[in-house]
Write a protein that binds this ligand. Structure first.
Ligand code: ADP
Ligand code: MG
Length: 320
C-alpha cells in the first residue's frame, strides 16, 4: 500500500478492507456513516481543513475559515437529506494564531452555527508548531431507513444538481492568481470562501421519497459522480452544455481564457447537491434543480456536448 500510487481513494478502500461495520450500520464510503438509533438513524461525518492545503491564512479571513470548516460538514449532512444536530471542533493552533485569529475563527463558526441552529457540543484544542489544522465532526438525524446514500442510482434516472457550478473554482483561481477585484470577481470569491450548505434542499429531496442517490459536490462532479456510479453499479451521460453556469462565471471564463466546462465539472467545492431521480421531480420542488444528464447501463461516465459524445478527460480533485 502506497498512497502516492493508490491516490486518496485507493487508501480509503484499503482502510475499508480492514474493517467490517456491524450489521445494519453503513460505514466508510458515503458522505456520512449511518447508525440506526431507536425510531430513527444517526448520521455522522468528519472533515479536516489544513492550512496550506484547504486555505491560505493570508488569503481568507479567520471568520471565513471558521464558516467554511463548518459549512463543508453541514454539507455532508445535507447530502444524506438529514437534519444537523450538533458539531465537535478540534483545532491545533500555532503561536501566531492563538490570539485574535482564534477568536475571529470562532466568530465565523458561530455565525453559521446560528444560521442553522446547530450547537457546538465539544472538541479538542492543542498547540501546533507551524500550521493551523482544523477538524469538525458532525452528528445529524434522519427517519429510519431514509438517509439517501450514494448507492441508489437507477438506470433511467435523471442526474440533477441544485445550483450553478464553477463559481467556487473560479473564485479560487481569482484568489491564487490575484486577479483584479471587481464586483463580479468578489462574488465568485464569496462563493468559494462562504459556501452555504443545502440543508433545506437535502431534506425536501429526502422527503419526496423519489431520490435514488445523492451526495454533495466537494471535488467536482467529474470525480463525485463517479462515486455514485461505482456505488450504484451504473453508468452516466452528462450533457456539459446543460450544466448550469452563472453569468459571472461565463464572463470570467471568457475574460481569463478558461474552459468553462473543465472548471465547472472538475473544479469542485460548489457544495451543491448532486442527485439522481425519475424525471419530473423538478415539478414538485420549492427550489430550482437542473437536469444535467441520465443514468444509463454500464459503468462509464460519458461527456456529451449538444447531443454528441465529447472527447473530454476531466478529473476532479484528488489529494495525492
Ligand atoms: P466527503 O468528500 O463527502 O467528505 P471523502 O471523499 O472525504 O468524503 O471520503 C469518502 C469516504 O471515506 C467517507 O465515507 C469517509 O468517511 C471515508 N474516509 C475518508 N478518510 C478516511 C479515513 N482516514 N478513515 C476512515 N474513513 C475515511
Ligand atoms: Mg460529501
Amino acid at each position: 500500500m502506497d498512497i502516492r500510487k493508490t491516490g486518496e481513494f485507493g487508501f480509503i478502500d484499503y482502510i475499508r478492507s480492514c474493517f467490517n461495520p456491524p450489521e445494519g450500520v453503513l460505514g466508510i464510503g458515503d458522505d456520512c456513516a449511518i447508525l440506526p438509533c431507536g425510531q430513527g438513524e444517526l448520521i455522522y461525518s468528519t472533515d479536516m481543513l489544513m492550512e496550506g492545503v484547504h486555505f491560505l491564512r493570508n488569503a481568507a479571513s479567520p471568520e471565513d475559515i471558521g464558516w467554511k470548516s463548518l459549512a463543508v460538514n453541514l454539507s455532508d449532512i445535507a447530502a444524506m437529506g438529514g437534519t444537523p444536530e450538533a458539531t465537535f471542533l478540534s483545532i491545533a493552533l500555532p503561536k501566531d494564531a492563538q490570539g485574535e485569529w482564534a477568536e475571529r475563527f470562532i466568530s465565523g463558526y458561530t455565525e453559521l452555527s446560528n444560521m442553522f441552529n446547530v450547537p457546538l457540543l465539544g472538541g479538542d484544542t492543542t498547540s501546533s508548531l507551524r500550521d493551523i489544522s482544523i477538524n469538525v465532526g458532525i452528528i445529524g438525524r434522519a427517519p429510519l431507513g431514509k438517509s439517501i446514500r450514494r448507492s441508489g442510482a437507477m438506470e433511467g434516472h435523471g442526474i440533477y444538481v441544485t445550483g450553478r457550478l464553477g463559481d467556487s473554482a473560479a473564485g479560487l483561481q481569482a484568489i491564487l492568481n490575484r486577479w483584479d477585484r471587481t464586483p463580479e470577481i468578489d462574488s465568485l470569491i464569496e462563493s468559494h470562501i462562504r459556501p452555504v450548505p443545502r440543508i433545506h434542499e437535502g431534506q425536501v429531496l429526502m422527503k419526496t421519497g423519489l431520490v435514488g442517490a445523492m451526495m454533495d459536490i466537494s471535488d467536482g462532479i467529474a470525480s463525485d459522480l463517479r462515486h455514485i456510479l461505482k456505488a450504484s453499479g451504473v453508468g452516466a451521460e452528462v450533457h456539459l452544455d446543460r450544466v448550469p453556469l452563472s453569468d459571472n462565471f461565463k464572463k470570467t471564463c471568457i475574460d481569463y481564457n478558461l474552459d468553462p466546462y473543465t472548471l465547472a465539472v472538475g473544479g469542485g467545492e460548489d457544495y451543491q447537491l448532486l442527485f439522481t431521480a425519475p424525471e419530473g421531480i423538478e415539478d414538485i420542488l420549492d427550489f430550482s434543480v437542473y437536469k444535467i444528464g441520465e443514468i444509463v447501463a454500464g459503468s462509464s461516465l460519458k461527456w456529451m456536448v449538444h447531443g454528441t459524445a465529447a472527447d473530454y478527460d476531466i478529473k476532479g480533485f484528488n489529494h495525492f
